[in-house]
Design a binder for this molecule. Structure first.
Ligand SMILES: [Zn+2]
Length: 387
């Protein structure tokens, strides 16, 4: 064999090694399921495709948990993993599925709303594929997803995404971002089918409240807040003031802009009778000027570059050596969700929603998030759902 041929052969072997090794990791991540132990409040589990048949058999179909109380009342939809790289929302809703007991009304929870995005990662950013939370029975492993649906599930992207039905021109990538494809349509791109099915839940189930749970950069002005359109504003303001007074954490209200289309907090309210809210908790991991995107940064939110930027007043939230740990983010989401339900229930006693066994901010900060997850290996088989 001549020398150039040997060099070529070696290079091909090295190339194939990286392709196969990397490809297998991504394949395993896409197939990895998170076991969820349905708690005492879960009365039935359906699928999003029950409301939007175009989703059947696709990776965009996802589980919908119903927690129906013995007394009739109002209904609330809780969504998380709209952006599957903002795991505080996912952990808050999974914690509710595993523990909440609904006494009045119904909670409808969709923990992996962008299910395709939850099985995707962010190319070029070095995201960890998984993160682990310590519990009393060992480490519980979760998939870390991406903001957008996987191109394996929705492809090709257009040059420009033309929002339906407003025809506003959006970035091409937003065609795979389920917080730009509301209110959706049954025959549109896959992510429009996802939001259309969710709109069908709002309309068919006569949902009173929808809460879409996110995380946002500390350098982004719309962070640590409740985003609400005009019709949800009063309840959002009361909820923010109440948690500040009673639980001591800040969250302000941001108005939902009427000129920017496709967002859950805008379109759900415009295309149904439901009152929408979007919750943002600060997630330092998503900020651009940080160190490596490690599992540790995702969990504790501590970063030396953000700390120096905080001293230069470049962040939109207070930030010190303690970072912005996951417990605080999940705790804020649980307390704000409970407070929105409370405030709505006070104003609408005939449609009130009452749930217990959902921990609040201080309890989660004290006990840690893992405290609330149950060991799937000890649970009754028919109570374990793979998400
Ligand atoms: Zn988000």
């Amino acid at each position: 064999m001549k020398r150039p041929a040997i060099v070529k052969a070696v290079l091909i072997v090295v190339f194939l090694f990286f392709v196969i090794e990397g490809g297998l990791r991504l394949y395993r991540h896409r197939q990895f399921d998170i076991p969820v132990v349905a708690g005492p409040g879960v009365t039935r589990v359906g699928r999003l495709s029950d409301f939007g048949p175009g989703l059947k058999g696709t990776k965009a179909d996802t589980l919908v948990y119903f927690l129906e109380g013995p007394e009739p009342g109002g209904k609330a939809v809780l969504l998380s993993s709209t952006h599957a790289n903002e795991p505080e929302g996912l952990l808050a809703t999974l914690l509710m599925i595993e523990n909440a007991v609904v006494e009045r009304g119904t909670l409808i929870i969709i923990p992996q709303f962008n299910h395709s995005g939850s099985r995707n990662t962010r190319p070029g950013d070095g995201y960890p594929l998984y993160f682990r939370i310590s519990t009393e029975w060992g480490l519980k492993k979760f998939r870390m997803g991406n903001r957008d649906a996987s191109p394996l599930d929705q492809w090709p992207d257009p040059d420009v995404y033309i929002h339906y039905p407003d025809r506003q021109l959006l970035s091409y990538i937003d065609v795979r971002n389920v917080n730009r494809t509301w209110p959706g349509r049954p025959g549109g791109p896959l992510m429009e089918k996802v939001t259309f099915a969710a709109m069908e839940i709002m309309r068919r189930e006569k949902v009173d409240i929808a809460i879409d749970i996110h995380g946002a950069e500390t350098m982004f002005p719309v962070t640590n807040c409740i985003v609400a359109p005009e019709k949800s504003n009063r309840i959002a303001t009361m909820a923010a003031l109440t948690v500040k007074a009673r639980e001591g954490f800040d969250s302000h209200v941001e108005p939902s802009p009427s000129g920017f289309r496709g967002l859950s907090h805008r379109e759900i309210g415009d295309y149904s009778d439901t009152l929408p809210f979007l919750l943002e908790a600060p997630i330092p991991f998503l900020d651009q000027p940080t160190g490596p995107k490690t599992e540790k940064l995702l969990l504790d939110g501590k970063d030396p570059f953000l700390l120096s930027l905080a001293q230069k007043k470049k962040l939109f939230v207070s930030y010190d050596e303690s970072g912005w740990p996951l417990e605080k983010r999940v705790g804020q989401h649980c307390s704000l969700t409970l407070e929105i339900l409370n405030q709505y229930s006070k104003k609408n006693p005939d449609r009130s929603i009452r749930a217990r066994e959902i921990p609040r901010y201080a309890e989660i900060v004290q006990n840690g998030v893992g405290h609330y997850f149950h060991d799937p290996s000890l649970a009754q088989k028919d109570k374990v759902f793979l998400n």
